[in-house]
Design a protein around this ligand. Structure first.
Ligand code: LLP
Length: 384
């Protein structure tokens, strides 16, 4: 909606720009997160009347201030590791519901999750085959593979052929026999097909497919239709139509009204709230190309390298100057893949200019590394 569209551009305003330039003066590389944008995105999703429980997929960004803001907005939390469970426990009030949705986890990881108030998701036969006593008498969620995947890149599709996630539906009866043998009750069904989905009809289809499986099981009380809500990244791409998503969910919920509807978005809540600030180190002309080097690259933001992801890049020191040079914006890492943006039309830029890499709030800092033993980007929160 309008709130979200305004929020996307938070860093373009003159006040924000002055603030960001001052922050870059202190230190780069640096992530800056704008909490009002997180809250605006949270409220856009809270308008989904068909959804009974929203979890924040904390893997996207685990900054405690963001976890707290989303707890205040009434979100529950989805975690995939003991570390994420501990991060949430340390940051938010103890009443926020937790969902543990790991993949190929250790026995000890499930044991740790079961000792908290988390609802635990299984997605293979192995845990009940080998560690049945751990789950005896428990209620669990079962993640299934609906046979197809979706997403902005092949590497983020989490269903169908070649995907390691979810129990294949052919093994459902075997899972239910094991559950029965260990007095485990399947209270929820879960599917997450991938990340960066902009088609609002997708989640209704998942709900309908899960509901028809749930009818065969009997004990199921809720359906978790995953996250994956995309944000437009390329110029001109249309945002996810949240109202259309809600309409699609209402239709399938009317057909199968007796299940609670859960979702677990990550990116949608935090992507636009975060920017990465870096400073120009050197410029170089080589062959036909003009390179602009900045003081961080794939060590802070690996998405362009890993997925060819497109992040808008702006020269914050010359925001109003015309874009007259076609630059390859690169980092200092010893890999040819260390590119933040190819063929970016930017003002003629100089050493020390502050570059802003947009939409870096999701899967930025959390995927960073200290490769080449570079200093990690720090993180700053803007409350307004
Ligand atoms: N639920 C499950 C089970 C997931 O595996 C994921 C993401 C989510 C929810 C949240 O998805 P989201 O709403 O954020 O799309 N690093 C990649 C994205 C990987 C997503 C992994 N799973 C990227 O930077 O695009």
């Amino acid at each position: 909606g309008e709130a979200a569209a305004q929020a996307v551009a938070w860093w373009r305003g003159p006040a924000a720009r002055t603030r960001l330039l001052a922050l870059a003066q202190e230190a780069t590389p640096r992530y800056v997160y704008h909490l009002p944008t997180v809250r605006a995105q949270a409220r856009a999703l809270k308008s989904l009347g068909a959804v009974d429980r929203l979890h924040y997929a904390v893997k996207a960004n685990t900054h405690p201030a963001i976890l707290r803001a989303l707890a205040e907005e009434g979100f529950a939390f989805e975690c995939v590791s003991p570390g994420e469970l501990r991060a949430v426990a340390g940051a938010v009030p103890a009443h926020a519901p937790l969902l543990f949705t790991p993949n190929f986890a250790r026995r000890a990881d499930y044991a740790e999750a079961l000792a908290t108030r988390a609802t635990v998701t299984l997605d293979a036969l192995h845990p009940l085959e080998h560690w049945g006593e751990l789950f005896r008498g428990r209620e669990v969620v079962l993640r299934v593979d609906l046979g197809r995947g979706l997403g902005h890149h092949e590497k983020v599709r989490t269903g169908g052929d070649g995907s390691k996630f979810g129990l294949p539906v052919e093994q459902l009866d075997a899972f239910l026999r094991l559950a029965d043998a260990h007095q485990v009750s399947v209270r929820g069904l879960h599917a997450h097909l991938g990340s960066g989905v902009l088609d609002p009809g997708h989640w209704g289809e998942v709900y309908a497919q899960l509901a028809s499986l749930a009818e065969r099981i009997g004990s199921v009380a809720f359906l978790n239709i995953g996250g994956g809500l995309g944000v437009p990244s390329h110029p001109g791409e249309a945002p996810l139509d949240v109202a259309a998503l809600d309409r699609a969910l209402r239709v399938v919920k009317a057909a199968y009204p007796h299940y609670g509807l859960w979702m677990e978005p990550g990116r949608y809540l935090v992507a636009d709230a975060g920017v990465l600030l870096a400073r120009v180190t050197q410029a170089k002309a080589k062959g036909t190309l003009r390179y602009l080097g900045v003081d961080t690259g794939m060590d802070s933001l690996i998405r362009p390298t890993l997925y060819d992801a497109w992040h808008e890049i702006a020269n914050l020191s010359r925001l109003d100057a015309p874009g007259e040079v076609l630059y390859q914006v690169v980092g200092p890492i010893c890999e040819s893949g260390d590119v933040l943006g190819t063929d970016r039309r930017l003002p003629e830029s100089e050493e020390g200019d502050v570059m802003l890499i947009a939409q870096a709030g999701a899967y930025g800092k959390v995927m960073s590394s200290r490769y080449n033993l570079r200093e990690e980007a720090d993180e700053v929160i803007l409350e307004d």
